[in-house]
Design a protein around this ligand. Structure first.
Ligand SMILES: O=P([O-])([O-])O[C@@H]1[C@@H](O)[C@H](O)[C@@H](O)[C@H](O)[C@@H]1O
Ligand SMILES: [Mg+2]
Ligand SMILES: [Mg+2]
Length: 280
């Protein structure tokens, strides 16, 4: 049985160290590369930070497994087992990082038996350390977090992101959902540019919900626990149970708001995170 406090303490320490690397890199030239599309960006800092985190964890927890965004991008399988697994997004908000747009997070989730037990999200340009352990609450810089108590969708702010998929039919579906939600009306639609920070905004009570189709398990593993430990709920965009590998999520302050969003979101499916690699 893993010592979850020891895991949390290490995740916080390495996230803070990674945040220093990210802040220092902001003053250097950021060599930008692309992955799945011309707008799916990655930098050497993403890769450097992921290796820093993984190497440090291997020294303390040599039997643990990893799902890392940039390791998967380099060809490693994205398979979640019952084993103790660190689910790492070294820079959540890479496009923000490239543009020095001030919402950039290091997101570290830890799961056992396919259940997230520890979540750490360091918003490193705001110097906000978000932490959660299952059953023990969610915190920002040590202060407890509580979701909003607003259940009227017409008095809500909703977060979403448009991802990096620019296929016309995907864009049409995303805009259909956005038009439906905006026209309810809701008081606002926002996006920090990072799933992890959007979910911290839900956990902090600043917005009522976040939804996205196209997001990956490393984007939201830590945030999923942040939201539930702050009193919120998670579900698939079709109202079913959240599937960590499905690339679809609603994270909300309440079932009322989440189920209202289900009625407005135009659902579609993308290849799962654990789908076998597509033959070139
Ligand atoms: O790539 P990254 O910056 O780690 O993560 C980002 C996610 O946090 C965001 O929700 C999504 O819309 C972006 O396309 C991107 O995937
Ligand atoms: Mg990400
Ligand atoms: Mg990333």
């Amino acid at each position: 049985m893993a010592d979850f406090q020891r895991v949390m303490d290490h995740a916080v320490a390495v996230a803070r160290k990674a945040g220093e690397v990210v802040r220092e890199a902001l003053s250097d030239d950021r060599k930008v590369m692309t992955k799945s599309s011309a707008v799916d960006l990655v930098t050497q800092t993403d890769q450097k930070v992921e290796q820093l985190i993984i190497q440090s964890v291997k020294e303390k927890f040599p039997k643990h497994r990893f799902i890392g965004e940039e390791s998967v991008a380099a060809g490693e399988a994205c398979i979640l087992t019952d084993d103790p697994t660190w689910i790492i997004d070294p820079i959540d908000g890479t496009t923000n990082f490239v543009h020095a747009f001030p919402f950039v997070a290091i997101s570290i989730g830890f799961s056992i038996n396919k259940q997230v037990e520890v979540g750490v999200i360091y918003s490193c340009l705001e110097d906000k350390m978000f932490t959660a352990r299952r059953g023990k609450g969610a915190f920002c810089n040590g202060e407890p977090l509580q979701v909003s108590d607003q259940t009227d969708i017409h008095q809500a702010i909703i977060c979403t992101e448009f991802g990096s998929n620019r296929d016309p039919e995907v864009v049409d579906k995303m805009f259909c959902s956005l038009r439906n939600i905006l026209s309810l009306p809701v008081q606002g639609v926002r996006g920090a540019g990072t799933a992890a920070i959007n979910m911290c905004l839900v956990a902090s009570g600043c917005v009522e919900a976040y939804y996205e189709i196209g997001v990956h398990v490393w984007d939201f593993a830590a945030g999923s626990l942040m939201v539930t430990e702050a009193g919120g709920v998670l579900m698939d965009v079709d109202g079913g149970e959240l599937d960590l590998m499905s690339r679809r999520i609603i994270a909300a302050n309440s079932r009322t708001i989440a189920e209202r969003l289900v009625k407005e979101i135009a659902p579609f499916r993308l290849p799962r995170d654990d789908a076998p690699p597509q033959k070139q």
